[in-house]
Design a protein around this ligand. Structure first.
Ligand SMILES: *[C@@H]1O[C@H](CO)[C@@H](O)[C@H](O)[C@H]1NC(C)=O
Length: 421
């Protein structure tokens, strides 16, 4: 009887106490999460190299960072921001695209209504009713991801250049426990102009805005600043949604009170872990359904696990540990070909060609890129064969309709003769 009782007690203990919860001594007392939409690792590094991202550089130097924080699949904004705010994967929260609406979730539609996962704001509000919470964002979908009866004290839906100063003012005056600040322009510019200088300029602007938030964060007592992104970008910097290294890996920085400085995070990491780090720091255990983990390694008060304190090597004696420095085979051979065809009032037609090999070399990348050219040429020839005449007739009809009958060639009694009819 006694043993049954202790087994039951243990079971209850396991259900209420997540096994990976850890006691954090000397935790931060204010957490600010800055989310930069669609910031690719390569865009960030080229901006840092050109001296265009001094704030990001400073946070990495003074904090714990990773270039390999995994995004949730698909590498699309809605699913990833919901995971970052609600600590669970798509399989739990049901937001598998940007087309999700709370009342009509796609993923769980056949099983009855999807149960929206509580965000970290609600979990904090329930645990500490008198806490002060805020969210500032330019993308309207973020609002749909937050609970309709929001636990937040302040939400602001406004363009970056308005929401960032508002967030900084909120940090200085309300001194909130948790604030989410979203920067949208890097992703927007990527979709507009690809991975060129204009996207780099957008990264530089985002870095300046991050600086505005940082200045306000530094006025708080025992602050922690987390910088996350929802997804990276494809090789050319236009798009995302797939599973290439550039899209799946995101930037992650933790900076502030009790955070290890100049430390590259070695533990396996997901962008959504920010939710668990924030919640744990503010004294609330992540719920059991969460996939997000608090990543003890970033805290100075937690000793580095022995296995993690060893420098990363190619031949890892601990294969379960993800070593950031080692490139994978996929990275060495991803070929992307992209062609944007303007079709007048219909907008842009886009042709994308992405080839990913499990293993390979630079050569197969060139072969794959080279293959795309004849294939596209064949498509163009075929399209002209199939549609050419029809389009020609249509253009002629439209021209007549626009020009009117007075421009019809005059019919001459001789024309039949000239044609030899
Ligand atoms: C806002 O914050 C205060 C504490 O600063 C708290 O007492 C109050 O309940 C919060 N209001 C809402 C609507 O969450």
């Amino acid at each position: 009887m006694k043993s049954t009782f202790s087994a039951l007690t243990l079971g209850a203990f396991l259900l209420t106490e997540p096994t990976l919860a850890f006691q954090l001594t000397d935790p931060p007392s204010h957490v600010v999460i800055v989310g930069i939409d669609g910031l690719s690792i390569s865009a960030l590094h080229s901006a840092m190299q050109d001296g265009l991202a001094p704030n990001m550089q400073r946070l990495r130097r003074e904090g714990s960072w990773s270039d390999r924080a995994r995004a949730v699949l698909p590498t699309v904004s809605g699913p990833n921001w919901y995971s970052i705010l609600a600590g669970t994967g798509v399989e739990m929260h049901g937001v598998d695209s940007n087309n999700w609406v709370r009342e009509r979730p796609r993923l769980l539609g056949t099983d009855g209504p999807c149960v929206p996962q509580p965000t970290l704001f609600t979990l904090l509000r329930v645990a500490h009713p008198s806490t002060t919470l805020g969210a500032f964002f330019e993308w309207p979908m973020i609002r749909t991801l937050l609970e309709p009866t929001s636990a937040l004290n302040t939400t602001l839906l406004a363009p970056d250049h308005e929401s960032i100063p508002a967030a900084a003012a909120f940090l200085r005056t309300a001194r909130p426990e948790l604030t989410f600040v979203y920067i949208g322009e890097v992703d927007e510019e990527g979709h507009r102009s690809g991975g060129g200088t204009r996207q780099q300029r957008a990264v530089a602007v985002a870095d300046e805005q991050l600086g505005v938030v940082m200045a306000a964060v530094e006025t708080l007592e025992k602050p922690m600043l987390l910088v996350v992104s929802d997804h990276g970008r494809d090789v050319l910097g236009w798009d995302h949604g797939h599973v290439t290294e550039g899209e799946v890996n995101t930037q992650f920085i933790a900076w502030g009170h009790n955070i290890r400085a100049n430390h590259r995070i070695i533990s396996p990491l997901r962008n959504m872990d920010a939710a668990a780090i924030a919640l744990t720091s503010l004294g609330v255990h992540p719920p059991l359904q969460w996939t997000a983990r608090p990543v003890p390694e970033i805290f100075l008060s937690t000793p580095l696990p022995l296995a993690l304190s060893a420098p990363p090597s190619t031949a890892s004696p601990h294969p379960w540990i993800y070593h950031p420095g080692v490139p994978t085979a996929q990275e060495s051979c991803v070929s992307t070909f992209r062609l944007d065809v303007p079709v007048g009032f219909l907008g842009e037609a886009r042709v994308s060609w992405t080839v990913t090999f499990d293993r390979g070399s630079f050569v197969c990348g060139i072969v794959a890129g080279g293959l795309a050219v004849p294939i596209l040429a064949m498509l163009v020839v075929a399209a002209r064969k199939v549609f050419g005449k029809r389009v020609g007739r249509w253009v002629e009809t439209m021209r007549r309709r626009v020009d009117g009958p007075e421009y019809e060639p005059l019919s001459s009694p001789l024309s039949g003769l000239e044609l030899g009819e």
